[in-house]
Design a protein. Structure first.
Length: 85
């Protein structure tokens, strides 16, 4: 089994994200047992988990990547513009 990795869990009706490792997945009760950094065990129903992400991948970008990149070149012949999709 792979080593336990710290994950960030977004849980329904929980104000803050839950950060910890999965210690047990109980098929009978459908609960996921998550141990946080204070060694507390949180038992969360699997349908209440909205998203799971790695802690290394939580990075906010300051650039807007949804806009296409544009440039214009002025020349004697014509003006060319590129609008990437």
């Amino acid at each position: 089994m792979a080593e336990k990795q710290i994950k960030v869990f977004s849980v329904y009706k929980l104000d803050e994200n839950l950060e910890g490792t999965i210690t047990k997945m109980d098929a009978n009760t459908k609960l996921i047992h998550i141990k946080d950094k204070y060694l507390n065990i949180h038992k969360v129903h699997f349908l209440d988990i909205l998203s799971i992400s790695d802690t290394e991948l939580v990075v906010e970008s300051d650039c807007d990547t949804k806009r296409p990149w544009k440039y214009e070149v002025d020349s004697d012949d014509a003006t060319r513009a590129f609008d990437g999709d």
